[in-house]
Ligand binder design. Structure first.
Ligand SMILES: Nc1nc2c(c(=O)[nH]1)N[C@H]1C(S)=C(S)[C@@H](COP(=O)(O)OP(=O)(O)OC[C@H]3O[C@@H](n4cnc5c(=O)[nH]c(N)nc54)[C@H](O)[C@@H]3O)O[C@H]1N2
Ligand SMILES: Nc1nc2c(c(=O)[nH]1)N[C@H]1C(S)=C(S)[C@@H](COP(=O)(O)OP(=O)(O)OC[C@H]3O[C@@H](n4cnc5c(=O)[nH]c(N)nc54)[C@H](O)[C@@H]3O)O[C@H]1N2
Ligand code: SF4
Ligand SMILES: [Mo]
Length: 691
């Protein structure tokens, strides 16, 4: 048996693992030791331990496929399929002069940095559009906007290692132990050292119980009321003068306007809106206000709202108020979800920025890119492109003629699936994936990609840590690494700027034109077991453990945004009396393409369900495991009822991993006005017995 060291492909924690191979197949997985060189500290969660199980699943796509008139798939050669796509792209470009919405492209947080860089370069240099985006839009776009505005950088400010040194950990809207289990393990370690834990989550999650058991606080507020909760907490901190006046005066701005806004959120009002007792709000404020260091963690409970940006800015306000930014064991720490969603953003797989968050509307930046890419700057798109949900809408309207999807499954992951399906049926759809997904089934062309075990490159984890992905086996069947497929297509369309011989050449180019990655070179990553954390501007720089050190915010001064509370877009009422929330569970990943093909994981939880409280179940005479109907204004599904203490009366929760009970048939596509993130966490629903 041989083994190769690489990075886990599931979540953004970035655990290092060995892939063990035998006769050209990956047969086993083990965590990498010694623990110092591993964010997982020598451990893996159940998904990491079983990561090898999907790689050789018989469903893997092995050949390019084109759909024939009768709906059957035809296996074709790479040459045939590349010519076919290039011709169609050229035709669409010729037939739609001046239509900026004609072609859209979705990049992938599952793919490497190098692949994301190549993808956005192809879209911008060859297709000449900024219509490139990816699942970060559905996930942390509110973080990128909100923390960008408050601090000047949209990334996790501090690192995983610091968690165990914090005096207080405040987890708001992150089910850390299920969704980032090896970060959750650090919280458990901190608890043993005496750290106080505060958890704010409408559901009872493992951490809420741990907080209560360890003299901490578990807040169960009404979904979508985080601004009221945080403003209420800050009101008490200000009234009791528990804030850090000196820090604010020296390093922050707009404090007075912010303070005026906070005055409006009286304790009474905060308690009424959130349904949290005044006593609990006061207790929380005192613990945070009196602590030496508070490490704040958040995730989708904060971001996936029409007020996502407001929520994010409120977490930034709180941490600035008590000087919990720019120091060890503090910070605003949005846990990034996908293995490489941080990297896909860093590489510019976003509609508004090139790699390193350099703006597409800045003429000088465009000139810099054009020089490197050997194209004419004047021919480049100078406007911000379409985002994920906007592409779907443009397809529905008939403006978007083609959609190229690399490593995403929007039919199951975008909100309002019925609308997504209808939209995709109207376009020339290309899907590049490792499996035949529900999105791929609707495509005209399917391209087989090599999985993470079959290619080289880098992933950037949630703590901005760039780590190596190493090739353990040859690509399965005739599949190819994503970057090579894109390069073939570019060449066929007459562009030679993607003719790299090796992945390292792509990283060389990224180093040259992306200041935050300037010193994260292939050579250093080969030698440096623990990878490197950006910003890392040059090869003598050691990388950055935490941002905004000593009050030196990336934007100059930290900005206090006055934020007023707004209700979610859709509230429960007579016809739809329940709040439906959606999210994830430990054993499955997203649309299930990989985790449901992993035998061990699928045996744990083989089917979907809806969590419902005991009171509601009794009232509606619903039994445990009974099939029931859940309906919203978008659609209906039949699903098994799971009666549980985890949700309180009036709230139901559906994990979105299961195609046969797909949560996104129900969800609302209402967007945050700036970040364009959909409100996956709140919509109005009805439940009924099936008779
Ligand atoms: N096992 C597993 N792990 C994963 C993933 C997976 O699919 N499976 N996906 C990865 C990805 S891409 C991501 S983005 C992360 C997501 O990780 P998380 O954000 O931790 O996961 P979610 O289940 O989406 O939601 C988190 C919590 O938000 C709470 N919540 C809902 N509404 C509100 C609200 O209004 N306010 C507050 N404060 N909380 C609320 C929910 O009850 C839930 O406990 O997980 C990553 N890790
Ligand atoms: N209701 C509801 N919906 C949600 C959310 C929610 O909380 N609630 N969360 C949202 C969030 S945070 C996210 S991040 C999105 C995720 O949405 P998606 O990114 O669409 O979901 P995934 O299932 O992770 O899709 C990734 C695809 O990449 C494929 N893949 C894996 N490796 C490779 C590779 O190397 N190359 C290629 N080409 N393909 C590969 C997988 O087979 C899979 O089909 O879902 C969003 N949707
Ligand atoms: S915590 Fe995340 S990165 Fe670590 S083994 Fe589990 S899924 Fe993989
Ligand atoms: Mo995500």
């Amino acid at each position: 048996m041989e083994k190769i060291k690489t990075t886990c492909v599931y979540c953004g924690t970035g655990c290092q693992l060995w892939l063990k191979t035998k006769d050209g197949k990956v047969v086993d997985t083990k965590p990498v030791m010694p623990p110092e060189f591993n964010p997982g500290r020598g451990k893996l969660c159940i998904k990491g331990w079983n990561v090898h199980e999907f790689i050789h699943h018989p469903d893997r796509l092995t050949d390019p496929l084109i759909k024939k008139e009768n709906g059957h798939w035809e296996k074709v050669s790479w040459e045939q399929v590349i010519t076919y796509i290039a011709e169609r792209f050229k035709q669409i470009i010729n037939e739609n002069p001046g239509n900026k919405k004609a072609i859209g492209c979705l990049s992938s947080a599952k793919c490497t940095n190098e692949e994301n860089y190549v993808f956005q370069k192809f879209v911008r240099a060859v297709l000449k559009t900024n219509n490139v985006d990816h699942c970060a839009r559905l996930c942390h776009s509110s973080t990128v906007v909100g923390l960008g505005a408050a601090f000047g950088s949209g990334a996790m400010t501090n690192s995983i290692d610091e968690i165990t040194d914090a005096k207080v950990i405040f987890v708001i809207g992150s089910n850390t132990n299920e969704q980032h289990p090896l970060i959750g393990a650090r919280i458990l370690k901190a608890l043993k050292k005496g750290t106080k834990l505060i958890v704010a989550d409408p559901r009872t999650i493992p951490l809420s119980e741990l907080a209560e058991d360890n003299q901490g606080i578990a807040i169960k507020h009404r979904p979508g009321t985080d601004v009221a909760l945080l403003n209420g907490i800050m009101n008490v901190i200000i009234q009791e003068k528990l804030y850090d006046e000196k820090f604010i005066r020296q390093y922050c701005e707009n404090f007075n306007a912010f303070k005026e806004e906070i005055r409006k959120m009286t304790l009474e009002r905060a308690s009424n809106i959130t349904s949290v007792s005044q006593k609990k709000i006061i207790q929380t404020a005192r613990i945070i206000g009196q602590a030496d260091s508070v490490y704040l963690i958040y995730s989708m409970g904060i971001t996936q709202h029409t007020t996502g940006v407001d929520n994010v800015k409120s977490t930034a306000n709180l941490q600035m108020l008590c000087a919990n930014v720019g120091k060890w064991a503090t910070g605003v720490n949005p846990l990034r979800g996908q293995n490489n969603v941080q990297g896909a953003c860093d590489m510019g797989a976003l509609a508004n920025v090139f790699s390193g968050y350099q703006s597409v509307t800045d003429k000088e930046i465009r000139k810099k890119m054009a020089r490197e890419w050997k194209i004419e700057a004047e021919e480049m798109d100078d406007q911000i492109g379409l985002t994920v949900v906007e592409m779907i809408d443009a397809a529905y309207q008939g403006d978007l003629k083609a959609l190229y999807v690399m490593g995403e499954n929007p039919v199951m992951s975008d909100p309002d699936s019925n609308h997504v399906r209808a939209a995709l049926r109207k376009t020339f759809l290309i899907v590049q994936d490792i499996f035949m997904t529900h999105t791929a089934e609707l495509a005209e062309v399917v391209l087989p990609a090599a999985s993470f075990a079959e290619k080289e490159g880098t992933f950037t984890s949630t703590e901005r840590r760039v780590q190596m992905v190493r090739k353990a086996i040859e690509p399965v069947g005739n599949s190819k690494p994503d970057w090579q497929i894109i390069a073939l297509l570019a060449r066929e369309m007459g562009y030679s700027g993607l003719n790299y011989q090796h992945t390292s050449e792509i990283l060389d180019e990224i180093n040259r034109i992306t200041p935050i990655y300037g010193g994260i070179t292939w050579e250093r990553l080969q030698k440096n077991e623990a990878g490197l954390q950006w910003p890392c501007p040059d090869i003598s720089h050691p990388g950055t453990i935490y941002l905004h050190r000593d009050g030196k915010f990336s934007r100059g001064k930290g900005y206090f945004h006055p934020i007023s509370f707004k209700e979610p877009a859709e509230l429960p009422g007579k016809e739809y009396p329940f709040i439906l929330s959606t999210g994830r569970i430990l054993w499955h990943f997203h649309t299930g393409t990989m985790s449901r093909r992993s035998k061990t994981l699928n045996e744990r939880v083989p089917e979907g369900y809806v969590e419902i409280s005991k009171e509601d179940a009794e009232k509606l005479q619903i039994n445990n495991n009974e099939m029931i109907k859940v309906t919203t204004r978008r659609g209906e599904i039949e699903i098994k009822a799971k009666i549980t203490h985890k949700v309180s009366k009036g709230l139901i929760f559906i994990p979105f991993h299961f195609e046969e009970a797909a949560a996104n048939i129900l969800t609302n596509a209402a967007l945050d006005p700036i970040a364009k993130i959909p409100e996956y966490k709140v919509c109005a629903a009805r439940i009924e017995k099936i008779v």
